[in-house]
Design a protein around this ligand. Structure first.
Ligand code: SF4
Length: 202
């Protein structure tokens, strides 16, 4: 018997096979090939909208398998088992592939073509998700339509909670930011952790 067409499965397959940025990545210092890291499915309770995989995630093929992931799991109050439960948590970055490095060895921004090509399709396929967590300025811009700097957007987190939380990127590069903005850990994170538990236990 022929398998019934499943639009979500088909979309996941199409993104997994995407090679639109092959030429762009070939010109970076790492000259890597596209490797889309696709981690979402129907019925998720939490959407983590991130930036783009880093070099470690490019190798592992699994999102947030790096120190940024450790910090993000801590922020959310989730262990690895909960975080990687794809039936509950979808992870959709602004680009599905590692973009490469710039001259300062920092990650390049997510290629805009990825958002243009896939994001609306993914959001439509996911439908309503009770909690969306925006990780980093690129996700803030896309999902909130804001042009404000990250600190300002995050500091106004109460404007969007409890359905949406805007966070800085959990990269080690933002450790100084965290030290300068202690309200983030003292005020935002306890509310976020409580909300994560609420939507997972609902
Ligand atoms: S970053 Fe996005 S558009 Fe570019 S190859 Fe990967 S999946 Fe395709």
């Amino acid at each position: 018997m022929r398998e019934r067409f499943n639009p979500m499965k088909s979309l996941i397959k199409d993104i997994g096979e995407c090679r639109l940025c092959a030429d762009r990545f070939a010109q970076t210092a790492t000259a890597h090939k596209p490797r889309p890291v696709v981690w979402f499915q129907s019925g998720a309770r939490i959407l983590i909208a991130g930036q783009a995989p880093g070099a470690r995630v490019h190798l592992s093929g699994k999102p947030f398998t790096d120190p940024s992931g450790d910090r993000l799991r801590d922020w959310l109050g989730l262990d690895e088992q909960g975080f990687y439960d794809r039936s509950r948590v979808s992870i959709v970055p602004m680009a599905f592939c590692f973009p490469g490095y710039n001259a300062r060895k920092a990650d390049l921004p997510p290629p805009p073509i990825c958002g243009r090509t896939w994001h609306e399709k993914v959001m439509n396929a996911l439908g309503e998700v009770p909690l969306t967590i925006l990780v980093g300025g690129h996700a803030h811009k896309y999902h909130l339509g804001v042009k404000t700097p990250v600190t300002e957007t995050v500091s106004r987190w109460r404007d969007h909670a409890p359905r949406v939380f805007a966070l800085p990127h959990p990269s080690w590069r933002n450790t100084a930011w965290l030290n300068k903005n202690p309200w983030f850990e003292a005020e935002l994170l306890p509310v976020l952790r409580q909300r994560v538990q609420e939507v997972l236990n609902d």
